[in-house]
Design a protein around this ligand. Structure first.
Ligand code: PNS
Length: 164
């Protein structure tokens, strides 16, 4: 059985993430979506919420499971007999760092990395930008699933200052 992992912070997940997870699911027998829980990093959504949103997004994908991890990604892979990491790459700027991580992870454990080019319609989408736009009252409806949109709206009371 070929197992892959799609790792990330997913704070929150976007349609770009969902596209990569779906494409990984088409390539592998079993796919873990691994949510990095890093207590030192300030996140908008708690780990439980991020996991819930990913579970909702992948509910119809029978061989996709959502899990959390801390520490090294390769340790997660070893514990779960995962031999491939799948990641999306949006542009050439990201590629250099992704190559470095892929080489490090392979050197550490033999785990291979498959880099999938992000679908063009999501190549400008990042969790950070989605959060910023939502916080300032912008429309991100086309960029995230509906249940993520609802949570973003609940967390985004700010509106642009029009009093200037
Ligand atoms: O969504 P992100 O924040 O870009 O995801 C980054 C992530 C979680 C894939 C990366 O930071 C990671 O793998 N962290 C786990 C720690 C680790 O294994 N570090 C060594 C990488 S070579």
């Amino acid at each position: 059985m070929r197992r892959a992992v799609c790792p990330g912070s997913f704070d929150p997940m976007t349609n770009g993430h969902l596209d990569i997870i779906g494409r990984a699911a088409a390539l592998f027998d079993e796919v873990y979506v691994a949510v990095l829980v890093n207590e030192a990093k300030q996140a908008l959504f708690g780990a439980d919420e991020r996991i819930t949103m990913l579970q909702q997004a992948t509910a119809t994908m029978g061989h996709v499971r959502v899990a959390s991890f801390g520490g090294l990604l390769v340790d997660f892979c070893t514990e779960r007999s995962v031999d491939t990491i799948v990641k999306g790459v949006r542009d050439s700027g990201e590629l250099g760092y992704e190559l470095q991580m892929a080489q490090m992870n392979r050197a550490l454990s033999g785990v291979e990395t498959v880099l999938l080019p992000t679908a063009p319609q999501w190549s400008f989408v990042s969790s950070s930008l989605v959060k910023e736009v939502a916080r300032l009252g912008g429309d991100v409806e086309q960029l995230v699933p509906p249940y993520v949109l609802d949570r973003l709206r609940q967390r985004s009371p700010d509106r642009p200052d029009e009093s200037i």
